[in-house]
Ligand binder design. Structure first.
Ligand code: ZN
Length: 432
């Protein structure tokens, strides 16, 4: 990834002097992993003796007033802990970017897999890209046992490796479930404290049969396995679930021949089957109605937003303001290289700022990129406090779109985006 990296590079000011040396690192947004990202803030850093350590974080003008002689670095756009890529498919990292609609994209993924493009080599390429982007926490959808072994034994990475399950035929539910249990039994011993956990990913509510969804959800609850599921990515999911008709039925008739519409939304259907009770993380969740969002808030499901993938596939615009209004915890993910030009969540954040414009506060999107991602994956979020090493913070790249300053989000209680519901714009439900 271009441009981002540790902010702890050698300082010009103060070098060569004896005794403690301090500097101010200002940024448009500073986030310490606690409370909210702060606007027009700065990090006071003791750069010598090494290693550089955080002294305090506060408003730039207040910190300058306290110590008028302290050297001030050139301002950055964001200083924050490393962001989380809460949803990707590392084994698709050799897939060419494939714009187009959802149906065509799924066809391109299948063709790429049949041509031998998935697998460990592709995942290694993705892992290298994540490392370059400064990402140490990931939610990855896994389809290859070698990739599963690699992720679960990775020395620096944490997050969740979600084993993907796909099967629309209810008659195959028992066999697919037993095969999934077998994978879990064989790979769970590879989990290490603080490392990558094993999870499950039922692909979507329309590509996994109802009995299999029920079994997987009950198994995940009993075993304490995290779940991640794609839902509401394409507008065609709503008519398919409500009436059984629409573009997905037309495109995938034979594959969906045993799919029976519930008359509900996909989110309502997952709730009816008991899947939401296992508190899965829902990926995309673009085409939802207000009642779905309230339901997710009630049961405590997090959502992963992939704005660049949604834009590339013409999936529609994620209803950020509605999620914010209801206080649902949202993280950011890139999805695969097939629908995203990079695996960097910093790039994803920049795109989200541009796509949502005035409808989303960049500070809230920053919270999503860091804390929201950890919430989605169940990993321990970072906390940068007095005495923390300065290299626990990253400078996010300058440039890119920056909307007119909205009302500053006060630093305060730790809360998901919806906590300042009064500051968000119009509420947009999905198509109804
Ligand atoms: Zn995906």
């Amino acid at each position: 990834m271009s441009g981002s990296g540790s902010v702890g590079a050698p300082a010009a000011a103060g070098s060569g002097t004896q005794g403690p040396v301090r500097e101010l690192w200002p940024a448009d947004l500073v986030y310490d992993g606690l409370g909210r990202p702060r606007r027009d803030a700065a990090v006071l850093v003791q750069t010598r003796p090494e290693p550089a350590r955080v002294v305090t974080i506060g408003r730039l003008d207040a910190l300058r007033a306290q110590d008028p002689g302290v050297p001030v670095r050139s301002p950055r756009r964001v200083i924050a802990p490393p962001p989380v890529n809460a949803h990707t498919h590392l084994d698709l990292s050799r897939m060419p970017l494939s714009p187009g609609g959802y149906v065509d994209f799924v066809g391109a993924v299948i063709a790429h897999a049949r041509a031998g493009g998935r697998g460990l080599e592709a995942a290694e390429r993705g892992l290298a890209e994540l490392a370059e982007a400064g990402v140490d926490t990931v939610g990855d959808i896994v389809t290859d046992e070698r990739v599963l072994a690699r992720l679960l034994s990775h020395e620096r990475l944490r997050g969740v490796a979600y084993w993907e399950v796909l099967g629309a035929d209810p008659d195959e539910a028992d066999a697919l479930f037993e095969a999934t249990v077998d994978v879990v039994r064989r790979f769970r011993p590879l989990e290490r404290p603080g490392g990558v956990r094993l999870g499950l990913s039922p692909h979507t509510p329309h590509t996994v049969s109802a009995p299999l969804l029920r079994k997987l959800a009950a198994f995940a609850r009993a075993e304490g396995l995290p779940l991640q599921i794609h839902v509401g990515e394409d507008p065609g999911e709503l008519p398919l679930h409500r009436t059984g008709d629409g573009p997905l039925r037309e495109a995938w008739g034979p594959f969906l021949s045993k799919f029976r519409p519930s008359g509900r939304t996909p989110v309502g259907y997952l709730d009816e089957l008991g899947v939401l009770a296992a508190r899965p993380t829902l990926v995309h969740a673009v085409h939802v109605v207000d009642d779905d969002i309230r339901r997710l808030q009630r049961v405590g499901c997090a959502v992963v937003h992939c704005p660049r993938s949604n834009a590339l596939l013409g999936s529609g615009t994620f209803p950020w303001a509605a999620y914010a209004r209801h206080g649902v915890s949202v993280g950011l993910g890139t999805d695969s290289r097939g629908s995203s030009p990079s695996l960097s969540p910093v790039d994803e954040w920049r795109a989200a700022v541009a796509i949502h414009g005035a409808a989303a506060d960049p500070a809230q999107l920053l919270w999503a990129a860091v804390k929201g991602g950890h919430r989605a994956l169940g990993t321990q979020p970072p906390r940068v406090v007095r005495g923390s090493p300065a290299d626990a913070l990253m400078s996010w790249p300058e440039g890119g779109p920056w909307p007119p300053a909205a009302a500053a989000a006060p630093a305060g209680a730790d809360a998901p985006p919806g906590a300042d519901a009064g500051s968000v714009g119009d509420v947009r439900g999905g198509p109804d």
